[in-house]
Write a protein that binds this ligand. Structure first.
Ligand SMILES: Cc1cc2nc3c(=O)[nH]c(=O)nc-3n(C[C@H](O)[C@H](O)[C@H](O)COP(=O)(O)O)c2cc1C
Length: 284
């Protein structure tokens, strides 16, 4: 893939809806069947990639269904033949050896079409109610950086010995590895300073939240100015699109969705109260 190649991807509908959660035209559906149909259609239409976000429980309403990222990605890998599959991962949920092994397995199933997206977590109860630590914002990145360094080396087929603050690993090696390329792709989603440092040091692609293009230019310039070894960093931008034949029809749809937003307000309040206020993404 060349540095300047523009690729389009789709989000898997892990939360069951595209926009408004209470949309009479789109009944809530986070099932695997729906996502399989969506990703197969995206592949047929020529989309290059799909991102499967990771949320173990639904962050808005725990009674709502939620698609699981890693098992779904493995299944999608087996069902597709061209589209890239990216699964998000919150490091506290899996030991790096287990996760690297899962990544290499999906890399093998997909024959070199897999990537992981490291995300730092914002939904406090997702971890805390499981008895897992939810450290402060920057400490989560410190943990994530150590975790990713182990995962990256294991995915590259190295025999890893690592004695750090959080992990002790002795001469661990995973196979098969390196059959299709050096290792699966590493994406990082997050905008704070430690997120930027992490992606500059260890990532292949930086995922940026949708925002005004001038702001995006500034973010990219900041990352391009940072020292790094290896290939130049690539960039991905999250965007939400209303596609209609005319601007007027798109405006009508936007107004319809905006008119439904008040129905979701109580759930958005729950999400807000569960979100770590230090998360930069939520402010931009
Ligand atoms: C493209 C993209 C995908 C993301 N996917 C997830 C996800 O699957 N699960 C999750 O908990 N957070 C996800 N996030 C949220 C980021 O990880 C978020 O930015 C982070 O929790 C806070 O980091 P920050 O303070 O550095 O922005 C995503 C962010 C972006 C930009």
């Amino acid at each position: 893939m060349s540095q300047n190649e523009l690729r389009f991807g789709i989000w898997a509908l892990v939360h069951g809806n595209r926009a408004a959660l209470h949309d009479p035209e789109e009944p809530y559906d986070a099932s695997f069947a729906r996502n399989r149909a969506l990703v197969l259609e995206a592949e047929r239409l020529g989309y290059a990639t799909t991102l499967v976000a990771q949320h173990t429980a639904n962050p808005l309403d725990r009674d709502l269904g939620q698609l699981e990222a890693w098992t779904t990605s493995a299944a999608l890998a087996a069902l597709t033949s061209r589209i890239e599959i990216i699964a998000a991962i919150k490091p506290y949920l899996y030991h790096p050896v287990v996760l690297a092994k899962m990544a290499l397995q999906i890399e093998e199933i997909s024959q070199g079409r897999f990537g992981l997206n490291l995300v730092n977590a914002w939904n406090r109860p997702e971890l805390e109610k499981a008895g897992l630590p939810f450290a402060e914002h920057d400490a989560r990145y410190t943990y994530g950086a150590e975790w990713l360094s182990v995962v990256s080396r294991l995915m590259s087929g190295e025999a890893v010995t690592h004695h750090g603050e959080h992990f002790h690993i002795d001469d661990y090696q995973l196979r098969p590895a390196g059959k299709f390329r050096r290792r699966p792709a590493i994406y990082v989603g997050g905008e704070s300073e430690p997120a930027r440092a992490l992606v500059a040091a260890q990532g292949d692609v930086w995922f940026i939240n949708g925002q005004p293009l001038d702001d995006v230019r500034g973010l990219i310039a900041d990352l391009r100015a940072r020292r790094r070894s290896g290939a130049p960093l690539r960039f991905g931008l999250s965007a939400f699109v209303i596609a209609r034949p005319t601007q007027a029809e798109a405006d009508v749809e936007l107004a319809r969705l905006a008119g439904l937003a008040h129905l979701d307000a109580p759930l958005r309040d729950i999400q807000r109260s569960n979100t770590d206020p230090a998360v930069v993404m939520m402010k931009t």
